[in-house]
Design a protein around this ligand. Structure first.
Ligand code: FPP
Length: 251
C-alpha cells in the first residue's frame, strides 16, 4: 500500500473527489446478513477514505450518503440509515477535528428527521474552523432537484428585476447550486461495478474523470483510493482540445 501511495504525484491531485458509495446491500447479502449490516460496515470505509483523502492532500471530498430517491426504500432501512447517520456524526466529530476536517452538507437537510438535522448542524458548527479538507455529505440530494431549485431562484430574481436574462451565464447558474463555493469534482468514483451516475452532481461532473471499481463500498480501503488517484493521473484531460494542445511535446 505504501508503494501505491508513493506512486501518487502530489502536484497532480484532484482538488475535489466525489464518490458514489454503492454495494452495501450486496456486500451484506453475500455474507448472508441483512442490508443494514452493509451500511454499518460502510461507515468503516467512510472513515478510512476521509482519513486517506485528507492525509494525501485532497481539498474536497463529497460522499453520496442519501439521495432523494432513497426515501423509497423500505421504512426500516430508511430509519436505520438515518440512525446510523446520527450515531456516526456524533461519534466522529472528534476524529474530524483531530484530522482538521470540516463538515458540510449538500442537499435538502431541512426534510431530514429532527434528530439527524440537529446532529448535523452541531457537527458542522463544531468543525467549522477546520481547514485541511472539507467533507461534503450529499444528503437528501439529487442533481435534478438541485438544478430545479437553482432555476426557481434565478427565475424569482428575474421576476423581481434583480437579474436580467442576459446576465444568466454558466458562472451565475453555478453560483445558485448547492456547490457554489466548491470547485467541480475532477474525479468521480463509483464502487460496486455499476456504471451509472444516479442523479449525482450532474452539472458539476461535466469534465470529471469517471472511475468505476467492482469493489463493494464496505470493502473500499485506502489502497483502493490510491489506485483511483493513480488511474486519474494517467488520464489525459483534454477539455475539448486535441492531444497536442494539452501534452507538452517532450513528455
Ligand atoms: C449504497 O449501497 C449506499 C447507501 C445508499 C448509503 C450509504 C451510507 C453509508 C455508507 C453509511 C453511512 C454514511 C455516513 C456518511 C455516515 P446500496 O444500499 O445501494 O447497496 P446495493 O446497491 O448493494 O443494494
Amino acid at each position: 500500500m505504501d508503494e501505491l501511495k508513493l506512486n501518487i504525484d502530489k502536484s497532480l491531485l484532484p482538488k475535489h473527489v466525489a464518490v458514489i458509495m454503492d454495494g452495501n446491500g450486496r456486500w451484506a447479502k453475500s455474507k448472508g446478513m441483512p442490508r443494514v449490516f452493509g451500511h454499518k460496515n460502510g461507515v468503516n470505509a467512510v472513515r478510512e477514505i476521509c482519513e486517506a483523502a485528507a492525509e494525501i492532500g485532497i481539498e474536497h471530498l463529497t460522499l453520496y450518503a442519501f439521495s432523494t430517491e432513497n426515501w423509497n426504500r423500505p421504512a426500516m432501512e430508511v430509519n436505520a440509515l438515518m440512525s446510523l447517520l446520527v450515531e456516526t456524526i456524533k461519534a466522529e466529530v472528534k476524529t474530524l477535528n483531530d484530522n482538521n476536517i470540516k463538515l458540510n452538507t449538500i442537499g435538502d437537510i431541512s426534510h431530514l428527521p429532527e434528530k439527524s438535522k440537529n446532529a448535523l448542524e452541531k457537527a458542522i458548527n463544531d468543525t467549522s474552523n477546520n481547514t485541511r479538507m472539507i467533507l461534503h455529505l450529499a444528503l437528501n440530494y439529487s442533481a435534478r432537484w438541485e438544478i430545479t431549485q437553482a432555476t426557481k431562484t434565478i427565475a424569482e430574481k428575474v421576476k423581481n428585476n434583480i437579474l436580467q436574462p442576459e446576465d444568466i451565464t454558466q458562472e451565475v447558474f453555478a453560483s445558485h447550486l448547492n456547490t457554489h463555493n466548491i470547485p467541480d469534482p475532477e474525479l468521480l468514483i463509483r464502487t460496486s461495478g455499476e456504471y451509472r451516475i444516479s442523479n449525482y452532481l450532474l452539472w458539476q461532473i461535466a469534465y470529471a474523470e469517471l472511475y468505476f471499481t467492482p469493489v463493494f463500498w464496505p470493502d473500499f480501503r485506502k489502497a483502493n483510493l490510491y489506485e483511483a488517484l493513480i488511474d486519474f493521473q494517467g488520464r489525459e484531460r483534454r477539455f475539448g482540445k486535441i492531444s497536442e494542445q494539452v501534452t507538452p511535446a517532450n513528455t
